[in-house]
Design a protein around this ligand. Structure first.
Ligand code: BTN
Length: 242
């Protein structure tokens, strides 16, 4: 995969989207920046990443599966990152926090921001933005629970080596969306943060004891409350209480 390296940009997602608008290439590539002046998180959030310390990049893809399968992309990317982290740090407590974070125990090590452009029932493109905390050890924003690879292992990592391995791992899982979708499905469910564990959540405005039982085909979270029924939740309808 072609890699475009930038010393600084506003946001690798925005850069990638502008690039697609300009050259209309259908090839996959990755845009990597040493520093983002306005890194974007989900919603209106800002993505904190110290210059030269972490991986902040976006992968441009042109998925050839149907648009209504778009949550598969999220699953494959999350599994690729998780597998990579597990083998790189030799630890197993890495989970996928629905819908777009990777956690080590109860701390966030990686955020994913996928921006899809769809045409009818197909993909035009997908820009998969990934922010992975690698060598940063102090976080200044009010993000509740950041952690980095170095904070866990004490190792100072080479960012280029990590990027190569991470792209390989993501590619492997992305390929499986077409060849082994059931495997992706099963692995994703198994990797979900807090799967089948009872915790407190704020669901549709009320605090309630509940447990995650999985996700549906649309990528919504399925959560069983202690009052009985299984509730289907969109992103804004459920808050994980730590
Ligand atoms: C989140 O946790 O809310 C998602 C964070 C995504 C951050 C990455 S860093 C690279 C890419 N470019 C951006 O502006 N955001 C994503």
């Amino acid at each position: 995969m072609k890699i475009i390296r930038l010393t600084e940009t506003e946001s690798t997602n925005s850069h990638a989207i502008k690039m697609i608008a300009k050259n209309r290439s259908t090839e996959s590539c990755a845009v990597v920046a040493n520093y983002q002046t306005n890194g974007k998180g989900l919603g209106a959030n800002f993505w904190e990443s110290e210059r030269d310390k972490n991986l902040t990049f976006s992968i441009v893809l042109h998925p050839d599966f149907a648009a209504d399968q778009q949550f598969f992309l999220n699953k494959a990317i999350s599994l690729g990152i998780r597998d990579f982290l597990q083998s790189e740090m030799s630890i197993s407590e890495i989970a996928i926090k629905w819908p777009n974070d990777i956690y080590v125990s109860d701390k966030k090590i990686c955020g994913i921001l996928i921006q899809n452009s769809l045409v009818g029932t197909s993909f035009d493109y997908s820009v998969v933005g990934i922010g992975l905390n690698v060598n940063q050890t102090r976080f200044l924003s009010d993000a509740p629970n950041p952690v980095s690879m170095k904070m866990i292992t004490g190792i100072e990592y080479n960012l280029d080596d990590l990027l190569t391995k991470l792209l390989q791992s993501i590619n492997k899982w992305y390929g499986r969306v077409k060849t082994e979708p059931q495997k992706v499905e099963a692995a994703y469910k198994k990797a979900l943060y807090r799967l089948m564990e009872w915790h407190d959540y704020e669901i549709k405005g009320s605090r309630i004891g509940a447990r995650i039982t999985g996700t549906n085909e649309y990528g919504q979270l399925l959560i069983e409350t202690d009052a009985g029924p299984i509730i289907i939740c969109d992103l804004k309808e459920v808050k994980f209480l730590l």
